[in-house]
Design a protein around this ligand. Structure first.
Ligand SMILES: C[C@@](CO)(OP(=O)(O)O)[C@H](O)COP(=O)(O)OP(=O)(O)OC[C@H]1O[C@@H](n2ccc(N)nc2=O)[C@H](O)[C@@H]1O
Ligand SMILES: Nc1ncnc2c1ncn2[C@@H]1O[C@H](COP(=O)(O)OP(=O)(O)O)[C@@H](O)[C@H]1O
Length: 297
């Protein structure tokens, strides 16, 4: 018997970053949108805990107990006083270290899958609490849709979305470390007063209306200067997408994946073709959002 859970990637349509806190984290106003690029996590009873991974980026995924999927299985088993005797297989389509929360997706997916496999019957609230222990982005991977995350990004409020937004994602030929990008944010911010992060009312209204042009005018990412500072070539990818008619071009989260909002599916294909031809990225994908969070298939 096995259980498979499908979990989407995310793009941050707004990422407002506050000053570093005493615990090293930053308070955020983090507006997440789940998009239709998925990892699939399958759990099967086994003699001990084993992690395997397949997919184009599989070689970059740790297969030990640091894998977020392994940590999720261990966290749930510890709470129930059982052994995490499970084989977790990850079919990975979300880019690794790309700013699209692929590791978080696997954590949320493994947690939900183990809950079903072991019949632990965890409540939504308990699952969300375990997710928040695993990482700031993990609760959103569980719930999907669109949401505002405050605190580290783990305290979520669902947001209404009035339609599907069409995106193009350009994957870079190397990753960026999330802590390194936050450190670069701190370095660039030295000597400046950092305002409290707040969600943009215009952006929330644009999501609710399903208005792509209004959303394009409102998207923002405070980590983008830091990501560009560490990875200057991303400016060429952003320019290529803008030149091809994207309504908005931005770095996804801490990067280095770049995200392009387009008017419709046809325009997304055109922007994707231009990005592929530009030679400024490793791979290009189109995806719509919002989509549902972690789902048993
Ligand atoms: C930047 C964002 C935007 O959604 O995502 P990615 O671009 O990495 O996907 C997130 O805030 C990443 O969340 P996640 O990847 O879960 O980070 P965590 O494991 O909680 O933290 C990793 C490290 O990032 C930094 N960090 C993370 C969240 C936060 N609010 N402030 C921080 O300073 C800290 O240095 C922390 O040690
Ligand atoms: N299941 C997992 N999939 C991908 N990366 C993982 C996983 N578990 C742990 N990691 C580690 O987390 C790092 C960040 O990966 P990822 O979540 O893909 O990126 P991001 O935080 O930029 O969205 C990787 O470099 C890897 O070392």
């Amino acid at each position: 018997m096995s259980v498979t859970v499908r979990v989407p990637a995310k793009v941050n349509v707004q990422l407002a970053v506050g000053a570093a806190r005493p615990d090293g984290f930053h308070d955020l106003a983090n507006v997440f949108l789940a998009v239709g690029l998925y990892d699939e996590v399958t759990v099967t009873p086994a003699d001990g805990l084993r992690i395997t991974c397949e997919g184009p980026d599989a070689a970059q995924v740790p297969l030990d107990r640091t894998n977020l999927a392994a940590r999720a299985a261990i966290a749930l088993a510890e709470r129930r006083g059982i052994e995490p005797d499970v084989h977790v297989h990850i079919a990975k389509d979300i880019p690794v270290a790309g700013g699209m929360a692929g590791g978080s997706a696997d954590g949320a997916g493994a947690l939900l899958a183990c809950d079903r496999l072991w019949g632990t019957g965890a409540s939504r609230a308990e699952l969300l609490a375990i997710c928040a222990e695993l990482g700031s982005d993990v609760p959103f991977s569980l719930v999907g849709g669109a949401a505002l995350g405050v605190g580290r990004g783990e305290r979520l409020t669902a947001l209404e979305v009035g339609g599907t937004f069409h995106w193009v994602f350009a994957m870079a030929d190397r990753g960026l470390s999330t802590p390194a990008v936050f450190r670069e944010f701190d370095r660039l911010a030295e000597g400046r007063r950092i305002p409290e992060p707040v969600a943009s009312a215009e952006l929330v209204a644009a999501l609710a209306k399903g208005d792509a042009e209004a959303l394009a005018a409102a998207v923002s990412n405070d980590l983008q200067p830091a990501a560009l500072s560490l990875f200057p070539e991303l400016a060429d990818t952003l320019a290529a997408g803008r030149g091809a008619g994207a309504l908005a071009a931005l770095v996804s989260g801490s990067g280095p994946t770049t995200a392009f909002l387009t008017r419709d599916a046809e325009s997304a294909e055109k922007v994707a073709g231009a990005l592929r031809a530009s030679g400024t990225c490793r791979a290009v994908r189109t995806a719509g959002g919002p989509v549902a969070g972690a789902t048993v298939v």
